[in-house]
Ligand binder design. Structure first.
Ligand code: GLP
Length: 242
């Protein structure tokens, strides 16, 4: 696992965008794994800039999202599918339907979750996954205690995650959904290349566990040690407990 403490966020964005640009040059049909949240925004902005400059095209690529809330209306601005469309997908040239997320709208999210895992496998698996991390060490929405071989499934959100994410819901914790559908840790670990981005003091404890702690389901992010091609990109604050 490489750990890089970046001088500035732009360095993180350039590093990951360089790798995606190279991947798409070698394999225009590449499958990307997209995270929502604030951590990858600079990467998405840099990719949009390179698309505008004619350096990169997503026209033949596909992407799968990590997770989705259950029960938000289709047009809710915080539904992760709408977030990724707004933050990234609408700014580049993915084909219609080339980007999928877990289905949080269906009456049977669990059945849809199983189908989602199959769709990732049918696409040939994920070539490059971008990940953020929660303050409690969750990746996607795999909360502490999630099994390391877990697959995409519906699960409940912890009180801490609902508090953390209430910043996107006018700081009203009760407005944050109680459940989500998330790729499992087993699903995520099948990606061929993983970049984890952590920014800010709130991530310092999780990063400390990842870099200096034991592998444990109590801090799901530590399971990344079981993957052979992970790069961890940090700002000074996320690295402050190292
Ligand atoms: C959410 C998402 C995760 C994301 C994490 C960190 O709970 N489910 O996929 O990685 O929060 O988000 P941020 O990057 O905004 O700190």
């Amino acid at each position: 696992m490489d750990v890089i403490i970046a001088r500035e966020i732009n360095q993180i964005a350039q590093t990951i965008a360089d790798e995606i640009e190279q991947l798409l040059r070698d394999k225009p049909t590449a499958v990307l794994g997209l995270a929502t949240g604030s951590s990858p925004l600079a990467v998405y902005d840099e990719l949009a800039r390179r698309y505008e400059a004619g350096r990169i095209s997503f026209a033949n690529a596909r992407a799968f999202m990590l997770d989705e809330y259950v029960g938000l209306p289709a047009d809710h601005p915080e539904r992760y599918f709408n977030v990724i469309m707004r933050d990234f997908v609408s700014k580049v040239d993915f084909a219609a339907d080339a980007v999928r997320g877990p289905d949080g709208l269906t009456d049977d999210p669990q059945a849809a979750a199983i189908e989602y895992d199959k769709a990732i496998a049918a696409a040939g698996g994920i070539d490059l996954q971008i990940l953020g991390v929660g303050s409690n060490g969750h990746i996607a929405f795999n909360e502490p205690g999630s099994a390391k071989d877990s697959r995409t499934r519906m699960l409940g959100l912890t009180a801490q995650t609902r508090r953390d994410n209430s910043r996107f819901f006018d700081n009203v914790v009760d407005a944050v959904p109680t459940h989500c559908v998330s790729q499992g840790l087993g699903t995520i670990l099948e990606a061929r290349r993983i970049y984890l981005i952590a920014l800010g003091k709130a991530k310092a404890a999780a990063i400390h566990q990842l870099v200096e702690g034991q592998v444990s389901v109590d801090w799901p992010v530590t399971l990344l040690h079981e993957h052979s091609k992970v790069s961890v990109l940090l700002d000074d604050e996320a690295a402050s407990l190292l």
